[in-house]
Design a protein around this ligand. Structure first.
Ligand code: NAD
Length: 278
């Protein structure tokens, strides 16, 4: 099945599907089946990370799918303990080998990990990988505007993407505004709020009833209309299919305003200004 997902154009002209499939917390043994189901459902963008421990299962599914490589968009991320110029180059080779690929579509610094103070060197290794044609776009994850400002001041390639926690309870206005000014695409992680609480919020349930859609579809459609890239995760086939089926309806201004009113600046994950684990 061909993809139903429209692309967004990154700041270097590369096209990235606006909706992809995330595999955090999917064990390697289950990743192959989950990614295979996602590819069958029409997903072409897969978001993994070295620390997820499922690059091999993901790679097996990609190889077995028969989907031409040029239709796929594969993202992985360098983990905190591999930050630094040489360590990052080695980590990239390891990730690529596990994925069974000869190039990557997007490589991200997983966290700024400010206490380690290595993200500038890490990004310089990314610039080399990019210049060598081993990755089509480079970017960051969990970078706040202050981290991005320093990075942009000390390196040459503006990141294509910043993947951050973003959902109706954490709408990230300041980060999104900074990204827009710099031409960086915002990508939302935990877009469904990890399926906790958010999908039972009465305003979202009501909008779902109005459009005859599930709460998850309403939240994903909200992301799409914000213009962000979104990477929901599920291992349940019916939900995997449901989550990509959000391109044939639209929320109206009243719906969008009701969801915007849900912001609580509430994080589910760690605070990027202090998280440096590894
Ligand atoms: P998510 O917001 O996508 O929620 C996933 C959970 O929501 C599922 O486990 C399931 O319980 C529920 N769910 C999914 N579809 C549903 C549906 N249709 N109906 C009802 N419930 C549904 O959470 P996530 O996995 O944390 O985030 C998505 C992806 O973002 C990850 O898999 C990963 O690729 C990425 N991520 C990145 C970072 C980072 O630091 N860069 C951190 C977390 C996640």
């Amino acid at each position: 099945m061909s993809s139903k997902v429209p692309p967004i154009i990154l700041n270097n002209g590369v096209e990235m599907p606006q909706l992809g499939f995330g595999v955090w917390q999917v064990p390697d043994a289950e990743a192959e089946q989950a990614v295979a189901t996602a590819l069958e459902a029409g997903y072409r963008s897969i978001d993994t990370a070295a620390i997820y421990g499922n690059e091999e299962g993901t790679g097996r599914a990609l190889a077995a799918s028969g989907v031409p490589r040029e239709e796929l968009f594969v993202t992985t991320k360098v983990w905190n303990s591999d930050q630094g110029y040489d360590a990052t180059l080695r980590a990239f080779d390891t990730s690529l080998a596990k994925l069974g690929l000869d190039h990557l579509d997007l490589y991200l610094i997983h966290w700024p990990a400010p206490a380690r103070d290595r993200y500038v060197d890490t990004y310089k290794a990314f610039e080399k990988l990019y210049a060598d044609g081993r990755v089509r776009a480079i970017g960051v994850s969990n970078f706040e505007p202050a981290h991005l400002e320093r990075l942009i001041g000390e390196t040459s390639v503006i990141p294509a993407v910043d993947q951050i926690e973003l959902h109706p309870h954490l709408q990230q206005h300041a980060a999104r505004e900074y990204h827009a000014e710099q031409g960086i695409a915002t990508e939302a992680w935990s877009p469904l709020g990890q399926g906790k609480g958010l999908l039972e919020v009465p305003a979202i349930v009501a909008i779902g009833q109005k459009h005859n859609r599930t709460p998850a579809q309403i939240v994903l459609r909200w992301h799409v209309q914000l213009g962000t890239v979104v990477i929901p995760k599920s291992v349940t086939p019916s939900r995997i299919k449901e989550n990509i089926d959000v391109f044939d309806f639209a929320l109206d201004t009243e719906d969008l305003a009701a969801i915007s009113a849900l912001n609580e600046d509430r994080r589910l994950g760690p605070d990027p200004s202090t998280f440096s684990a590894g």
